[in-house]
Write a protein that binds this ligand. Structure first.
Ligand code: FAD
Length: 302
């Protein structure tokens, strides 16, 4: 059996595997797609101490760094079941069952897509998901935020300080965000809020140049010209496969304590799949290191 088995090969998983292997204990990592969300990112400007890098380059460095250590890397493998018996058992979709004394879950998350024409085509060409990451790329431009929940309105407030104008599109008749956020939003001079509208299409040629939407009350189709769209309709953790073996929030995020421990003894979690409030590369790496040290502590006590 492994001492530490990491599930997920994004920034959190890579960091956890390196920290575990450096303790000289038997470490494995299972990853469906090494690099994780980083593979979908173009420019990265907030990975501190690296002024600029690109997703695939950072993902390659993560893998290279992991391979410096004695880590059993199992790529293109998807975990489908976790169960605690004598050891913690992890079943893969190919039928193999891996055993380990501790497991670190770092399966990340994915942004929920709107699913309209143009979304896929203009990803990274005007269509963005992370205001902390990509907001500054739209300085002085007109952008839209799709979604009027807390994350959408936080994004709109954040972006309003950088871009020239923010248009918020909300499907329902009312915004769902907390009242304090709504008050803050409505106090800003460069924000327009469109409620009861359905996003129909992201338009453009080589880059995004606008959004078409339908006013749900009248059925009228409208088009607004702009240079960027931030989709903020939810971040879905990749944790469905865990079922009820450990505690998850209503949103499906794995609940961890400050050692990265979950409710199931010996199972730790890190990164975007957890209830950590902010989801970023640097934060995921820190929490991966934290979970590995938590797992090591658990091993020497049990
Ligand atoms: P992920 O990166 O999501 O990795 C999850 C890993 O788990 C992957 O290897 C995946 O294949 C694997 N996995 C999932 N399910 C299973 C399973 N059942 N079995 C086996 N493996 C599984 N953050 C920044 O700090 N700066 C940025 O500029 C930035 N830009 C971004 C741009 C985009 C388009 C996106 C989508 C995100 C961006 N982020 C950025 C956020 C950042 O990418 C994430 O916070 C970070 O990647 C989270 O790391 P993670 O390791 O927790 O999860």
């Amino acid at each position: 059996p492994f001492d530490v088995l990491v599930v997920g090969g994004g920034p959190a998983g890579a960091s956890a595997a390196i920290y575990a292997a450096r303790k000289g204990i038997r470490t494995g990592i299972v990853a469906e797609r090494f690099g994780g969300q980083v593979m979908d990112t173009v420019g990265i400007e907030n990975f501190i101490s690296v002024k600029y890098t690109e997703g695939p380059k950072l993902a390659a460095s993560l893998e290279e760094h992991v391979k410096e250590y004695n880590v059993d890397v199992m790529k293109l493998q998807r975990a489908k079941r976790l169960e605690k018996r004598d050891y913690i058992e992890l079943e893969l979709e190919n039928g193999a069952v891996l055993k380990s004394k501790t497991v670190i879950l770092s399966t990340g998350a994915r942004w929920r897509n709107v699913g309209v024409p143009g979304e896929e085509e203009f990803k990274n060409k005007g269509v963005a998901y992370c205001p902390h990451c990509d907001g500054p790329l739209f300085a002085g431009k007109h952008v839209a935020v799709i979604g009027g929940g807390n994350s959408g309105i936080e994004a709109a407030i954040d972006l309003a300080g950088i871009v020239s104008h923010v248009t918020v599109l909300e499907f329902n008749e009312e915004l769902k965000a907390d009242a304090v956020l709504q008050d803050r939003l409505y106090s800003l001079p460069n924000v327009t809020v469109l409620k009861n509208v359905q996003t129909k299409e992201f338009t453009g040629t080589d880059r995004l140049n606008g959004v078409t939407y339908i006013e749900r009350e009248t059925g009228a189709e409208k088009h607004v010209e702009l240079q960027g769209v931030f989709v903020q309709i939810g971040l879905v953790p990749n944790t469905d496969w865990l079922g009820d073996v450990l505690e998850r929030t209503r949103m499906g995020e794995i609940v961890v304590n400050n050692h990265g421990a979950t409710s199931l003894p010996g199972v730790f979690a890190a990164g975007d799949c957890t209830n950590s409030p902010y989801k970023q590369i640097i934060i995921s790496m820190g929490s991966g290191a934290n979970a590995a040290l938590g797992a090591f502590d658990y091993l020497i006590r049990n």
